[in-house]
Unconditional design. Structure first.
Length: 451
């Protein structure tokens, strides 16, 4: 114990040393025109590349000024609202079709889609002994951590993992897309057993199911789910699948890819980026905020009470005292987030007559009241609900545990990461290397006995 306390004090002393010599004056960022976060002064992103995969549209530049517009999201030129709408209307699963579109650039024919599904079914199994050696023997309390480690571990099961040919990259991408959901569910089951002291359900894979059906079948102890539940999860997967090359996790994947490292390292880096609470973990914060609201508001459907609660959040007097209303605002979207609109449109019907109906009413109040409350504080820029405001409640409706909220995001977004890695690998042709301005002045060396 004495040695441990000594080590702790030593680390605290080292931290004080770090703080003393590692400060950067915020004014220097403006002086040297540094694009912090690779953002321009008006909040727009620094142009870092070209892509055919996705367009995230939330504003226009009119005579040099950023002008808000209704949000739109395009996969390979197709409006996501239209893609999702056709699948919902026909009551058919669309995620596999989105995978084909994102990677290959065209909508598949029925024959091509059937061929892709056959390949994905073939790859859904994990390598022999992978579960026992890589997952059961090294459990993690965080499923995103386990996803990243599992992807890296798959390198060892690849007979030629550094082969960067198109054939190898396509095959590798489809393998990981097919396996990631299986890995996520199994990692969750192991976590339940080792960290929560609960029963671990390990079901055999069932090739031939849609991606969303397989996820629900593997996750639930009785393997029972309704078609409506599977279709709603499929909708979530479609709108999670891609969001442009500039989002943090996709950019991380492209940065590593530009060095011509292996696919497993690139995809694991994307998972690591998505794990961050400023990126993929935002929907968890919305659910925690909603739970806090239920504790402090007698009627979460009462406009006045909800407004008072939100005002306390903005004043840093409530919840986590960050001054944020989670699920509101986006770096690109200004007037609306099309993903939030899609979820809201189709999920509200599923909530009718259930315990979640009031939750959706509360979220709708948060969406409608926040812009007005922020305007009263002098914040004039447009703010809209982002899809994180609604995804957590949708997942709860599907009885998906919070431990799998962000991993579920990853199992869909791997489709977009794969498309961007392959595009970067075969069209980028230059390692990504931005510059950092060095502000440390030259110093003469001081002998150790004179310091």
């Amino acid at each position: 114990m004495h040695r441990q306390n000594s080590v702790i004090r030593g680390i605290q002393d080292l931290c004080e040393e770090f703080r003393r010599y590692n400060q950067i004056d915020a004014k220097l960022y403006e002086k040297f025109d540094v694009k912090r976060g690779l953002r321009n002064q008006d909040g727009t992103g620094v142009m870092a590349g070209l892509t055919q995969i996705c367009n995230v549209h939330g504003y226009v530049i009119n005579e040099g000024e950023r002008e808000p517009v209704e949000g739109a999201l395009y996969y390979r030129g197709y409006d996501v609202k239209e893609l999702v709408g056709h699948c919902v209307e026909a009551r058919r699963f669309g995620f596999e079709e989105v995978v084909y579109l994102l990677i290959f650039g065209v909508l598949p024919t029925e024959e091509q889609l059937a061929g892709l599904k056959q390949i994905l079914s073939h790859f859904c199994y994990l390598p022999e002994d992978f579960f026992e050696d890589m997952m059961l023997k090294a459990p993690s309390a965080n499923i995103m951590n386990k996803l990243a480690r599992s992807i890296l571990a798959l390198y060892s099961y690849d007979s030629d993992p550094d082969n960067l040919s198109l054939e190898s990259e396509i095959g590798r991408a489809l393998q990981i897309i097919a396996r990631l959901g299986n890995i996520a569910v199994k990692a969750y089951q192991v976590k339940r057993r080792f960290f929560d002291g609960k029963t671990m359900f390990l079901h055999p894979e069932q090739p031939g199911l849609s991606f969303s059906e397989e996820m629900l079948s593997l996750l639930r102890g009785d393997r029972i789910y309704t078609e409506d539940e599977a279709l709603l999860l499929d909708l979530c997967l479609m709108i999670h699948a891609e969001h442009g090359g500039g989002n943090n996790s996709t950019f991380a994947c492209r940065v590593l890819t530009s060095s011509h490292t292996d696919a497993y390292s690139a995809y694991a880096s994307a998972v690591g980026a998505l794990k961050g609470p400023l990126h993929g973990g935002a929907n968890l914060q919305v659910m925690r905020m909603l739970s806090d609201m239920k504790e402090h508001v007698s009627d979460i459907t009462n406009e006045g009470e909800v407004a008072d609660y939100l005002q306390k959040l903005l004043n840093k007097e409530g919840f986590d005292r960050s001054g944020k209303i989670y699920g509101m605002g986006h770096a690109v979207y200004t007037l609306s987030d099309p993903r939030a609109e899609i979820l809201k449109k189709y999920a509200v019907g599923h909530a009718k007559g259930t315990e979640f109906e009031k939750d959706f009413e509360a979220l709708n109040l948060i969406e409608s009241l926040t812009p007005e409350l922020m305007a009263k504080k002098g914040i004039t820029k447009p703010i809209c609900a982002n899809f994180d405001l609604y995804t957590g409640t949708v997942y709860r409706m599907l009885d998906i545990p919070e431990d799998l909220f962000t991993p579920l995001f990853a199992t869909a977004r791997i489709a977009g990461w794969s498309a961007h890695r392959i595009e970067e690998l075969f069209t980028g042709n230059r390692i990504i290397r931005p510059a950092y301005k060095a502000i440390a002045k030259p110093r003469a060396y001081v002998p150790i006995d004179q310091r």
